[in-house]
Design a protein around this ligand. Sequence first.
Ligand SMILES: *[C@@H]1O[C@H](CO)[C@@H](O)[C@H](O)[C@H]1NC(C)=O
Ligand SMILES: *[C@@H]1O[C@H](CO)[C@@H](O)[C@H](O)[C@H]1NC(C)=O
Ligand SMILES: *[C@@H]1O[C@H](CO)[C@@H](O)[C@H](O)[C@H]1NC(C)=O
Length: 453
Amino acid sequence: MPNTQLGIKMRPSIILCFLLFLCFFLWNASPSSLLPKEALPTKSGYLPVNPSTGSAIFYTFYEAQTPTSPLSQIPLLIWLQGGPGCSSMTGNFLELGPWRVTLSQKEKDVEQLSLEPNPGSWNRIFGLLFLDNPIGTGFSIAATVDEIPRDQISVAKHLFAAINGFIQLDSSFTNRPVYVTGESYAGKYVPAIGYYILKQNEHVQVSKRVNLKGVAIGNGLTDPVTQVATHAANAYFSGLINERQKYELEKAQWEAIKLVKMGNWSEATDARTHVVRLLQNMTGLATLYDYSKRVPYPTDLVTRLLSIEEVKKALGAKESIVFEDCSDVVGEALLADIMKSVKYMVEFLVKNTKVLLYQGHFDLRDGVVSTEAWVKTMKWEGIENFLMAERKVWKVKDDLAGYVQKWENLSNVVVMGAGHLVPTDKPLNSQIMIEDWVLQKGLFANKQKNSVI
Ligand SMILES: *[C@@H]1O[C@H](CO)[C@@H](O)[C@H](O)[C@H]1NC(C)=O
Ligand SMILES: *[C@@H]1O[C@H](CO)[C@@H](O)[C@H](O)[C@H]1NC(C)=O
Ligand SMILES: *[C@@H]1O[C@H](CO)[C@@H](O)[C@H](O)[C@H]1NC(C)=O
Protein backbone atom coordinates (compact mmCIF):
# COMPACT_ATOMS: atom_id res chain seq x y z
CA MET A 1 0.00 0.00 0.00
CA PRO A 2 2.62 2.60 0.95
CA ASN A 3 4.36 1.83 -2.29
CA THR A 4 1.25 2.45 -4.25
CA GLN A 5 0.71 5.66 -2.34
CA LEU A 6 4.19 6.73 -3.19
CA GLY A 7 3.51 5.77 -6.76
CA ILE A 8 0.38 7.87 -6.81
CA LYS A 9 2.23 10.78 -5.27
CA MET A 10 5.12 10.54 -7.66
CA ARG A 11 3.23 10.25 -10.88
CA PRO A 12 1.48 13.64 -10.97
CA SER A 13 4.69 15.44 -10.19
CA ILE A 14 6.45 13.66 -13.03
CA ILE A 15 3.57 14.52 -15.33
CA LEU A 16 3.66 18.10 -14.09
CA CYS A 17 7.38 18.26 -14.71
CA PHE A 18 6.89 16.90 -18.18
CA LEU A 19 4.05 19.34 -18.91
CA LEU A 20 6.10 22.26 -17.66
CA PHE A 21 8.94 21.18 -19.86
CA LEU A 22 6.60 20.81 -22.81
CA CYS A 23 5.09 24.23 -22.19
CA PHE A 24 8.52 25.75 -21.90
CA PHE A 25 9.58 24.02 -25.09
CA LEU A 26 6.47 25.09 -27.03
CA TRP A 27 6.73 28.60 -25.64
CA ASN A 28 10.23 28.94 -26.95
CA ALA A 29 9.83 26.98 -30.12
CA SER A 30 6.84 27.76 -32.26
CA PRO A 31 4.76 30.90 -32.33
CA SER A 32 6.62 33.00 -29.83
CA SER A 33 9.73 32.80 -31.93
CA LEU A 34 7.58 34.11 -34.78
CA LEU A 35 6.06 36.83 -32.61
CA PRO A 36 8.79 37.56 -30.06
CA LYS A 37 7.84 39.39 -26.89
CA GLU A 38 9.36 42.65 -28.08
CA ALA A 39 7.14 42.51 -31.19
CA LEU A 40 3.92 42.43 -29.18
CA PRO A 41 1.79 45.57 -29.19
CA THR A 42 1.78 47.76 -26.08
CA LYS A 43 -1.98 47.19 -25.97
CA SER A 44 -4.39 45.38 -28.23
CA GLY A 45 -7.92 44.06 -28.21
CA TYR A 46 -11.42 45.38 -28.80
CA LEU A 47 -13.06 48.80 -28.59
CA PRO A 48 -16.87 48.53 -28.51
CA VAL A 49 -18.84 50.55 -31.06
CA ASN A 50 -22.21 49.26 -29.91
CA PRO A 51 -22.21 47.66 -26.46
CA SER A 52 -25.78 46.41 -26.90
CA THR A 53 -24.89 44.20 -29.87
CA GLY A 54 -21.24 43.49 -29.13
CA SER A 55 -19.90 44.94 -32.37
CA ALA A 56 -16.36 46.14 -31.77
CA ILE A 57 -13.29 47.46 -33.54
CA PHE A 58 -10.07 45.50 -33.15
CA TYR A 59 -6.96 47.53 -32.41
CA THR A 60 -3.24 47.17 -31.89
CA PHE A 61 -1.35 50.01 -30.25
CA TYR A 62 2.42 50.53 -30.23
CA GLU A 63 3.79 53.19 -27.92
CA ALA A 64 6.58 55.47 -29.16
CA GLN A 65 9.94 53.66 -29.14
CA THR A 66 12.02 56.67 -28.14
CA PRO A 67 9.66 59.35 -26.85
CA THR A 68 11.15 62.83 -26.86
CA SER A 69 8.80 64.29 -24.21
CA PRO A 70 6.45 62.92 -21.52
CA LEU A 71 4.11 60.32 -23.05
CA SER A 72 1.08 62.48 -22.26
CA GLN A 73 2.32 65.00 -24.87
CA ILE A 74 3.53 62.58 -27.52
CA PRO A 75 1.50 62.64 -30.75
CA LEU A 76 -0.78 59.71 -31.38
CA LEU A 77 -1.08 58.50 -34.96
CA ILE A 78 -4.13 56.49 -35.99
CA TRP A 79 -3.85 54.33 -39.11
CA LEU A 80 -6.79 53.27 -41.27
CA GLN A 81 -6.45 50.82 -44.15
CA GLY A 82 -8.45 51.09 -47.36
CA GLY A 83 -10.43 48.54 -49.35
CA PRO A 84 -13.18 49.14 -48.47
CA GLY A 85 -12.89 46.23 -46.08
CA CYS A 86 -9.11 45.74 -45.89
CA SER A 87 -7.48 45.18 -42.50
CA SER A 88 -5.13 47.71 -40.92
CA MET A 89 -3.01 44.71 -39.96
CA THR A 90 -1.63 45.01 -43.49
CA GLY A 91 -0.44 48.46 -42.55
CA ASN A 92 0.82 47.06 -39.27
CA PHE A 93 2.75 44.03 -40.52
CA LEU A 94 3.64 45.01 -44.09
CA GLU A 95 3.92 48.79 -44.10
CA LEU A 96 4.49 51.14 -41.16
CA GLY A 97 4.33 49.03 -38.00
CA PRO A 98 7.43 48.27 -35.91
CA TRP A 99 7.68 44.65 -37.10
CA ARG A 100 7.23 43.41 -40.64
CA VAL A 101 6.41 39.95 -41.88
CA THR A 102 8.76 38.46 -44.47
CA LEU A 103 9.62 35.13 -45.99
CA SER A 104 13.13 34.17 -45.04
CA GLN A 105 15.12 31.40 -46.58
CA LYS A 106 15.86 28.87 -43.87
CA GLU A 107 17.49 25.45 -44.00
CA LYS A 108 17.10 23.34 -47.13
CA ASP A 109 15.60 26.26 -49.05
CA VAL A 110 12.38 26.01 -47.09
CA GLU A 111 10.87 29.45 -46.88
CA GLN A 112 9.56 30.46 -43.49
CA LEU A 113 7.50 33.32 -42.22
CA SER A 114 9.37 35.60 -39.91
CA LEU A 115 9.09 39.04 -38.41
CA GLU A 116 11.82 41.60 -38.59
CA PRO A 117 12.12 45.07 -37.08
CA ASN A 118 11.12 47.91 -39.40
CA PRO A 119 13.60 50.79 -39.20
CA GLY A 120 11.03 53.05 -40.90
CA SER A 121 8.26 52.39 -38.39
CA TRP A 122 5.94 55.32 -37.73
CA ASN A 123 6.13 54.71 -33.97
CA ARG A 124 9.76 55.78 -33.62
CA ILE A 125 8.77 58.95 -31.77
CA PHE A 126 4.93 58.78 -31.93
CA GLY A 127 2.33 56.39 -30.54
CA LEU A 128 0.75 54.35 -33.33
CA LEU A 129 -2.76 52.92 -33.26
CA PHE A 130 -4.09 50.56 -35.94
CA LEU A 131 -7.86 50.17 -36.18
CA ASP A 132 -9.59 47.42 -38.17
CA ASN A 133 -12.30 49.59 -39.72
CA PRO A 134 -15.20 49.34 -40.45
CA ILE A 135 -16.60 46.51 -38.30
CA GLY A 136 -16.47 43.23 -40.18
CA THR A 137 -12.93 44.06 -41.36
CA GLY A 138 -9.89 42.04 -40.22
CA PHE A 139 -10.42 40.97 -36.60
CA SER A 140 -13.19 43.50 -35.91
CA ILE A 141 -16.56 42.12 -34.88
CA ALA A 142 -19.77 42.87 -36.77
CA ALA A 143 -22.59 41.35 -34.72
CA THR A 144 -24.80 41.40 -37.81
CA VAL A 145 -24.20 42.25 -41.46
CA ASP A 146 -26.85 44.98 -41.14
CA GLU A 147 -24.68 46.80 -38.63
CA ILE A 148 -21.79 47.22 -41.08
CA PRO A 149 -21.68 50.88 -42.19
CA ARG A 150 -22.99 51.67 -45.65
CA ASP A 151 -21.87 55.30 -45.75
CA GLN A 152 -19.14 57.54 -44.34
CA ILE A 153 -21.25 59.09 -41.58
CA SER A 154 -21.86 55.62 -40.13
CA VAL A 155 -18.17 54.78 -40.53
CA ALA A 156 -17.28 57.96 -38.64
CA LYS A 157 -19.73 57.26 -35.79
CA HIS A 158 -18.17 53.85 -35.17
CA LEU A 159 -14.64 55.20 -35.41
CA PHE A 160 -15.54 58.01 -33.02
CA ALA A 161 -16.79 55.51 -30.44
CA ALA A 162 -13.64 53.41 -30.86
CA ILE A 163 -11.25 56.38 -30.63
CA ASN A 164 -12.97 57.69 -27.51
CA GLY A 165 -12.91 54.20 -26.04
CA PHE A 166 -9.20 54.01 -26.71
CA ILE A 167 -8.47 57.41 -25.18
CA GLN A 168 -10.30 56.32 -22.03
CA LEU A 169 -8.07 53.27 -21.62
CA ASP A 170 -5.30 55.35 -20.07
CA SER A 171 -5.45 58.76 -18.41
CA SER A 172 -2.21 59.79 -20.13
CA PHE A 173 -3.97 59.48 -23.54
CA THR A 174 -6.43 62.29 -22.81
CA ASN A 175 -4.58 65.26 -24.24
CA ARG A 176 -2.24 63.69 -26.73
CA PRO A 177 -2.33 65.39 -30.13
CA VAL A 178 -4.17 63.05 -32.51
CA TYR A 179 -3.35 62.62 -36.20
CA VAL A 180 -5.58 60.42 -38.33
CA THR A 181 -3.73 58.80 -41.21
CA GLY A 182 -4.55 56.17 -43.80
CA GLU A 183 -4.28 54.98 -47.35
CA SER A 184 -6.36 54.31 -50.45
CA TYR A 185 -10.05 53.98 -49.47
CA ALA A 186 -9.10 55.65 -46.21
CA GLY A 187 -9.12 58.71 -48.50
CA LYS A 188 -12.82 58.51 -47.52
CA TYR A 189 -12.50 57.35 -43.91
CA VAL A 190 -9.83 59.85 -42.83
CA PRO A 191 -11.81 62.93 -43.92
CA ALA A 192 -15.01 61.38 -42.52
CA ILE A 193 -13.66 60.83 -39.00
CA GLY A 194 -11.69 64.10 -39.04
CA TYR A 195 -14.80 66.04 -40.03
CA TYR A 196 -16.91 64.21 -37.45
CA ILE A 197 -14.44 64.92 -34.64
CA LEU A 198 -14.25 68.64 -35.45
CA LYS A 199 -18.04 68.90 -35.62
CA GLN A 200 -18.41 67.06 -32.29
CA ASN A 201 -15.77 69.28 -30.70
CA GLU A 202 -17.95 72.33 -31.41
CA HIS A 203 -20.58 70.93 -29.03
CA VAL A 204 -18.62 69.53 -26.12
CA GLN A 205 -16.56 71.05 -23.36
CA VAL A 206 -12.82 71.31 -23.92
CA SER A 207 -11.96 68.37 -21.64
CA LYS A 208 -14.18 66.04 -23.70
CA ARG A 209 -12.72 67.00 -27.09
CA VAL A 210 -10.57 64.73 -29.23
CA ASN A 211 -7.37 66.73 -29.66
CA LEU A 212 -7.25 66.39 -33.47
CA LYS A 213 -4.19 68.13 -34.94
CA GLY A 214 -4.17 66.88 -38.52
CA VAL A 215 -5.10 64.27 -41.10
CA ALA A 216 -2.93 62.49 -43.67
CA ILE A 217 -4.02 60.52 -46.74
CA GLY A 218 -1.74 58.33 -48.83
CA ASN A 219 -2.75 57.44 -52.40
CA GLY A 220 -6.34 58.18 -51.52
CA LEU A 221 -9.70 57.87 -53.18
CA THR A 222 -11.47 61.04 -52.04
CA ASP A 223 -13.30 62.59 -54.98
CA PRO A 224 -13.87 59.56 -57.22
CA VAL A 225 -15.77 61.26 -60.03
CA THR A 226 -12.77 63.51 -60.72
CA GLN A 227 -10.25 60.77 -60.12
CA VAL A 228 -11.84 58.16 -62.39
CA ALA A 229 -11.47 60.60 -65.29
CA THR A 230 -7.66 60.61 -65.09
CA HIS A 231 -6.70 56.99 -65.87
CA ALA A 232 -6.70 57.22 -69.68
CA ALA A 233 -4.53 60.33 -69.96
CA ASN A 234 -2.23 59.19 -67.18
CA ALA A 235 -1.59 55.81 -68.79
CA TYR A 236 -1.29 57.31 -72.27
CA PHE A 237 1.27 59.94 -71.33
CA SER A 238 3.17 57.33 -69.34
CA GLY A 239 3.54 55.34 -72.55
CA LEU A 240 1.49 52.40 -71.29
CA ILE A 241 -1.36 52.53 -73.82
CA ASN A 242 -1.82 53.92 -77.33
CA GLU A 243 -4.25 56.54 -78.56
CA ARG A 244 -6.93 54.07 -79.61
CA GLN A 245 -6.81 52.43 -76.18
CA LYS A 246 -6.88 55.85 -74.56
CA TYR A 247 -10.14 56.57 -76.35
CA GLU A 248 -11.62 53.21 -75.32
CA LEU A 249 -10.67 53.90 -71.72
CA GLU A 250 -12.13 57.41 -71.90
CA LYS A 251 -15.45 56.00 -73.07
CA ALA A 252 -15.50 53.71 -70.04
CA GLN A 253 -14.63 56.64 -67.77
CA TRP A 254 -17.44 58.77 -69.22
CA GLU A 255 -19.87 55.95 -68.44
CA ALA A 256 -18.80 55.98 -64.78
CA ILE A 257 -19.07 59.77 -64.62
CA LYS A 258 -22.53 59.71 -66.24
CA LEU A 259 -23.77 57.18 -63.67
CA VAL A 260 -22.42 59.33 -60.82
CA LYS A 261 -24.26 62.35 -62.20
CA MET A 262 -27.46 60.28 -62.38
CA GLY A 263 -26.93 59.17 -58.79
CA ASN A 264 -26.82 55.49 -59.80
CA TRP A 265 -24.16 54.76 -57.24
CA SER A 266 -23.76 50.99 -57.41
CA GLU A 267 -23.77 51.03 -61.20
CA ALA A 268 -21.19 53.83 -61.09
CA THR A 269 -19.00 51.66 -58.86
CA ASP A 270 -19.26 48.79 -61.33
CA ALA A 271 -18.39 51.16 -64.17
CA ARG A 272 -15.28 52.29 -62.31
CA THR A 273 -14.30 48.66 -61.70
CA HIS A 274 -14.63 48.16 -65.44
CA VAL A 275 -12.27 51.09 -66.13
CA VAL A 276 -9.65 49.63 -63.79
CA ARG A 277 -10.01 46.16 -65.33
CA LEU A 278 -9.62 47.57 -68.84
CA LEU A 279 -6.48 49.40 -67.78
CA GLN A 280 -5.16 46.23 -66.20
CA ASN A 281 -5.93 44.26 -69.32
CA MET A 282 -4.42 46.82 -71.71
CA THR A 283 -1.19 47.30 -69.77
CA GLY A 284 -0.62 43.67 -68.72
CA LEU A 285 1.12 44.95 -65.59
CA ALA A 286 1.70 42.70 -62.57
CA THR A 287 -0.17 45.26 -60.49
CA LEU A 288 -1.70 48.67 -61.08
CA TYR A 289 -0.68 49.55 -57.54
CA ASP A 290 2.89 49.96 -58.77
CA TYR A 291 3.82 49.87 -62.43
CA SER A 292 7.47 49.21 -61.61
CA LYS A 293 6.75 45.92 -59.84
CA ARG A 294 6.99 42.48 -61.41
CA VAL A 295 4.95 40.85 -58.66
CA PRO A 296 2.10 42.23 -56.55
CA TYR A 297 2.60 43.33 -52.94
CA PRO A 298 2.86 40.21 -50.71
CA THR A 299 -0.25 40.89 -48.63
CA ASP A 300 -0.81 37.12 -48.42
CA LEU A 301 2.03 36.96 -45.87
CA VAL A 302 -0.06 39.01 -43.44
CA THR A 303 -2.97 36.61 -43.91
CA ARG A 304 -0.66 33.66 -43.26
CA LEU A 305 0.76 35.26 -40.12
CA LEU A 306 -2.65 36.12 -38.72
CA SER A 307 -4.08 32.67 -39.40
CA ILE A 308 -1.74 31.17 -36.79
CA GLU A 309 -3.74 30.49 -33.62
CA GLU A 310 -0.94 31.47 -31.24
CA VAL A 311 -0.40 34.77 -33.05
CA LYS A 312 -4.12 35.55 -32.86
CA LYS A 313 -4.07 34.70 -29.16
CA ALA A 314 -1.00 36.85 -28.52
CA LEU A 315 -2.69 39.82 -30.23
CA GLY A 316 -5.90 39.36 -28.26
CA ALA A 317 -7.92 38.71 -31.41
CA LYS A 318 -11.10 36.68 -31.17
CA GLU A 319 -9.96 33.21 -32.12
CA SER A 320 -13.15 32.20 -33.92
CA ILE A 321 -12.58 34.93 -36.53
CA VAL A 322 -10.91 33.68 -39.69
CA PHE A 323 -8.61 36.50 -40.76
CA GLU A 324 -8.99 37.86 -44.29
CA ASP A 325 -6.83 40.72 -45.51
CA CYS A 326 -9.90 42.19 -47.24
CA SER A 327 -13.54 41.41 -46.48
CA ASP A 328 -15.95 40.99 -49.39
CA VAL A 329 -18.91 41.43 -47.04
CA VAL A 330 -17.67 44.90 -46.03
CA GLY A 331 -16.81 45.72 -49.65
CA GLU A 332 -20.37 44.80 -50.60
CA ALA A 333 -21.88 46.93 -47.81
CA LEU A 334 -20.02 50.00 -49.06
CA LEU A 335 -20.60 49.35 -52.77
CA ALA A 336 -22.91 52.32 -53.23
CA ASP A 337 -20.55 54.54 -51.21
CA ILE A 338 -17.50 54.08 -53.40
CA MET A 339 -18.19 56.79 -55.99
CA LYS A 340 -19.42 59.34 -53.45
CA SER A 341 -17.14 62.29 -52.81
CA VAL A 342 -15.89 63.51 -49.44
CA LYS A 343 -14.08 66.48 -50.94
CA TYR A 344 -16.29 68.88 -48.96
CA MET A 345 -15.01 67.29 -45.77
CA VAL A 346 -11.39 67.91 -46.80
CA GLU A 347 -12.34 71.52 -47.59
CA PHE A 348 -13.64 71.84 -44.04
CA LEU A 349 -10.59 70.13 -42.56
CA VAL A 350 -8.06 72.29 -44.36
CA LYS A 351 -9.71 75.40 -42.90
CA ASN A 352 -9.57 74.03 -39.37
CA THR A 353 -6.59 71.72 -39.06
CA LYS A 354 -3.70 70.56 -41.23
CA VAL A 355 -3.95 68.14 -44.13
CA LEU A 356 -1.22 66.03 -45.72
CA LEU A 357 -1.74 64.25 -49.03
CA TYR A 358 1.04 61.98 -50.26
CA GLN A 359 1.30 59.65 -53.22
CA GLY A 360 3.72 56.99 -54.28
CA HIS A 361 4.84 57.94 -57.78
CA PHE A 362 4.36 54.48 -59.38
CA ASP A 363 0.70 54.02 -58.43
CA LEU A 364 -1.73 53.84 -61.35
CA ARG A 365 -4.88 53.55 -59.22
CA ASP A 366 -4.91 56.56 -56.91
CA GLY A 367 -1.68 58.26 -57.78
CA VAL A 368 -0.18 61.70 -58.32
CA VAL A 369 -2.26 62.82 -61.32
CA SER A 370 -5.44 61.43 -59.78
CA THR A 371 -4.90 63.45 -56.60
CA GLU A 372 -3.84 66.65 -58.28
CA ALA A 373 -7.00 66.56 -60.40
CA TRP A 374 -9.35 66.88 -57.44
CA VAL A 375 -7.12 69.05 -55.26
CA LYS A 376 -7.15 71.86 -57.80
CA THR A 377 -10.96 71.92 -57.72
CA MET A 378 -11.05 72.45 -53.95
CA LYS A 379 -13.14 75.29 -52.59
CA TRP A 380 -10.75 76.87 -50.12
CA GLU A 381 -9.48 80.41 -49.86
CA GLY A 382 -5.90 79.14 -49.94
CA ILE A 383 -6.17 77.00 -53.05
CA GLU A 384 -4.74 79.56 -55.50
CA ASN A 385 -1.77 80.15 -53.25
CA PHE A 386 -1.30 76.43 -52.81
CA LEU A 387 -1.34 75.79 -56.56
CA MET A 388 1.16 78.60 -57.10
CA ALA A 389 3.43 77.48 -54.25
CA GLU A 390 6.85 76.16 -55.14
CA ARG A 391 7.12 72.39 -55.57
CA LYS A 392 10.27 71.80 -53.57
CA VAL A 393 12.75 69.09 -54.40
CA TRP A 394 12.94 66.76 -51.39
CA LYS A 395 16.25 65.03 -50.78
CA VAL A 396 17.28 62.51 -48.18
CA LYS A 397 21.07 62.12 -47.88
CA ASP A 398 21.60 63.54 -51.38
CA ASP A 399 19.08 61.14 -52.91
CA LEU A 400 15.95 62.45 -54.58
CA ALA A 401 13.14 61.38 -52.23
CA GLY A 402 10.35 63.28 -53.94
CA TYR A 403 8.62 66.65 -54.03
CA VAL A 404 6.86 68.69 -51.39
CA GLN A 405 4.33 71.41 -52.10
CA LYS A 406 2.88 73.26 -49.15
CA TRP A 407 0.87 76.32 -48.39
CA GLU A 408 -0.49 76.94 -44.91
CA ASN A 409 -2.54 73.92 -43.83
CA LEU A 410 -2.26 71.89 -47.03
CA SER A 411 0.77 69.79 -47.97
CA ASN A 412 1.12 67.49 -50.94
CA VAL A 413 4.02 65.07 -51.29
CA VAL A 414 5.10 62.89 -54.18
CA VAL A 415 7.21 59.97 -52.98
CA MET A 416 9.70 58.69 -55.56
CA GLY A 417 10.38 54.98 -55.90
CA ALA A 418 7.11 54.04 -54.20
CA GLY A 419 3.80 52.62 -55.34
CA HIS A 420 0.43 52.49 -53.59
CA LEU A 421 1.89 51.23 -50.29
CA VAL A 422 4.36 54.06 -49.70
CA PRO A 423 5.70 52.91 -46.29
CA THR A 424 6.36 49.41 -47.69
CA ASP A 425 8.42 50.72 -50.57
CA LYS A 426 10.12 53.67 -48.86
CA PRO A 427 10.12 52.95 -45.13
CA LEU A 428 12.72 55.51 -44.03
CA ASN A 429 11.54 58.28 -46.34
CA SER A 430 7.93 57.73 -45.28
CA GLN A 431 9.03 57.96 -41.65
CA ILE A 432 10.90 61.22 -42.29
CA MET A 433 7.87 62.56 -44.14
CA ILE A 434 5.35 61.83 -41.39
CA GLU A 435 7.67 63.02 -38.59
CA ASP A 436 8.58 66.27 -40.36
CA TRP A 437 4.96 66.96 -41.25
CA VAL A 438 3.69 66.35 -37.69
CA LEU A 439 6.54 68.38 -36.14
CA GLN A 440 6.47 71.03 -38.91
CA LYS A 441 10.15 70.57 -39.64
CA GLY A 442 12.28 70.51 -42.78
CA LEU A 443 10.24 71.23 -45.92
CA PHE A 444 7.11 71.33 -43.74
CA ALA A 445 8.39 74.17 -41.60
CA ASN A 446 6.24 77.27 -41.59
CA LYS A 447 7.29 80.19 -43.75
CA GLN A 448 8.27 82.42 -40.83
CA LYS A 449 10.70 79.79 -39.59
CA ASN A 450 12.15 79.38 -43.08
CA SER A 451 12.94 83.06 -43.49
CA VAL A 452 14.92 83.08 -40.24
CA ILE A 453 17.41 80.60 -41.70
C1 LIG B 1 -30.26 54.06 -62.76
O1 LIG B 1 -31.10 53.84 -61.64
C2 LIG B 1 -32.48 53.81 -61.98
C3 LIG B 1 -33.27 53.75 -60.68
O2 LIG B 1 -32.70 52.87 -59.78
C4 LIG B 1 -32.76 52.64 -62.90
O3 LIG B 1 -34.10 52.59 -63.26
C5 LIG B 1 -31.90 52.77 -64.14
O4 LIG B 1 -32.01 51.63 -64.96
C6 LIG B 1 -30.42 52.96 -63.78
N1 LIG B 1 -29.67 53.27 -64.98
C7 LIG B 1 -28.56 52.62 -65.34
C8 LIG B 1 -27.93 53.09 -66.61
O5 LIG B 1 -28.07 51.74 -64.67
C1 LIG C 1 -7.41 41.24 -72.32
O1 LIG C 1 -8.70 40.78 -72.62
C2 LIG C 1 -8.80 40.06 -73.81
C3 LIG C 1 -10.26 39.81 -74.13
O2 LIG C 1 -10.95 39.35 -72.98
C4 LIG C 1 -7.99 38.77 -73.66
O3 LIG C 1 -8.06 38.02 -74.86
C5 LIG C 1 -6.55 39.14 -73.38
O4 LIG C 1 -5.80 37.98 -73.15
C6 LIG C 1 -6.46 40.05 -72.16
N1 LIG C 1 -5.09 40.52 -72.02
C7 LIG C 1 -4.44 40.52 -70.89
C8 LIG C 1 -3.03 41.04 -70.92
O5 LIG C 1 -4.95 40.17 -69.83
C1 LIG D 1 -5.38 76.82 -41.07
O1 LIG D 1 -5.84 76.20 -39.89
C2 LIG D 1 -6.00 77.08 -38.78
C3 LIG D 1 -6.44 76.25 -37.60
O2 LIG D 1 -5.45 75.33 -37.27
C4 LIG D 1 -6.99 78.18 -39.12
O3 LIG D 1 -7.08 79.07 -38.07
C5 LIG D 1 -6.56 78.88 -40.39
O4 LIG D 1 -7.54 79.83 -40.77
C6 LIG D 1 -6.33 77.90 -41.52
N1 LIG D 1 -5.82 78.59 -42.70
C7 LIG D 1 -6.45 78.62 -43.87
C8 LIG D 1 -5.81 79.43 -44.94
O5 LIG D 1 -7.50 78.06 -44.10
